[in-house]
Design a protein around this ligand. Structure first.
Ligand code: KPL
Length: 306
């Protein structure tokens, strides 16, 4: 049986472990030990308790596990490279990785440096933790899997099939780069504004924020054009990006976005993985990105106070 290691027992990591455990050998790996009995609340409100295998990264060195078939990295974007380095001595460099990060920072860097296959996943599954022993699966959504160089379609298909069997609906795709940037565009328009202002997504529709949101989307649309990322839904320009962002704001009106949750918990935000690649790209292509830079420095200032 192919075994799966999940590095980063946050909400998506734990949801993945709950889904895969009944089907295949699965181990959660984190910095701290977790209770063996883990609770899952399904989107339908059902409570399930399952024993999930978990070990700390330190234990892996002293008590090695059999070699994994896949290593999933489900940490925040800025922690992905460090967590991979922490297990590099105990996994073969040919082991397939699956990167579940937001943004577009960890994915190109790890794809360049890891000798084995590197798959990237983007998901709209909604989940949050209720403590060391519980996760709430708040909403189901599709997951897309592929690699940036389109070299590992068979592997992506095998993983998508296993996840779908485990009711974690996933599809292997040949355009994961497009999909990662699309999600990044939406995150760039919503997350910094809600995090800086302490509001839920739906409040962006108000006059106080809508103008700044449109200004962000204008810069993002110009950058994505240079990155050859097609506007969503067959649209042609900035209007298509703006329509997508408003649609997500509408659909997630009551959500506290992940970046707002980070700010409230005084954790570093994912600004480096979301705004960073946009600002880098704008600078490479000689494009204006004053609004994005302003958001980035406001977030940096806020993080410095934590
Ligand atoms: O993905 C999200 C996030 O919170 O990071 C959005 C789309 C903004 C929904 O809250």
């Amino acid at each position: 049986m192919t075994s799966h290691w999940i590095l980063g027992p946050g909400a998506i990591g734990r949801l993945l472990a709950h889904s895969l455990s009944p089907f295949t050998d699965t181990t959660l790996i984190g910095r701290r030990a977790l209770p063996e009995q883990q609770h899952l609340t399904t989107p339908e409100g059902e409570e399930r308790i399952q024993r999930l295998a978990s070990v700390t990264a330190a234990e892996l060195t002293s008590h090695p596990l059999p070699a994994p078939g896949f290593v999933h990295i489900t940490t925040k974007a800025m922690a992905a490279e460090a967590v991979l380095a922490s297990i590099a001595d105990v996994v073969a460099p040919t082991t397939p990785l699956v990167l579940w990060q937001n943004g577009f920072l960890a994915q190109p860097r790890i794809t360049q440096t890891w000798p084995g296959p590197v798959l990237c996943a983007t998901t709209t599954q909604g989940a949050y933790l209720t403590g060391d022993g519980g996760v709430v699966h708040a909403g189901r959504g599709p997951t897309f899997i592929g690699d940036l160089d389109n070299q590992h379609a068979v592997l992506a298909e095998a993983l998508a099939a296993l996840l779908s069997e485990a009711n974690f609906t996933a599809t292997a795709v040949g355009d994961i780069r497009q999909r990662l940037w699309q999600k990044l565009a939406v995150n760039a328009a919503i997350n910094p504004l809600v995090a800086l202002n302490g509001v839920r997504n739906g409040e962006l529709r108000g006059d106080a924020y809508a103008g700044r949101l449109a200004a962000v989307v204008k810069e993002v649309a110009a950058i994505l054009k240079q990155e050859n990322i097609a506007p969503p839904n067959g649209g042609k320009n900035e209007d298509a990006w703006l329509a997508l962002v408003w649609q997500v704001v509408e659909n997630t009106a009551n959500n506290k976005a992940s970046m707002l949750q980070d700010v409230e918990a005084k954790r570093p935000t994912e600004r480096g993985a979301i705004l960073g690649p946009l600002i880098d790209s704008a600078e490479r292509h000689g494009l204006q990105c004053g609004v994005l830079k302003e958001l980035d420095s406001e977030l940096a200032k806020l993080e410095a106070e934590f």
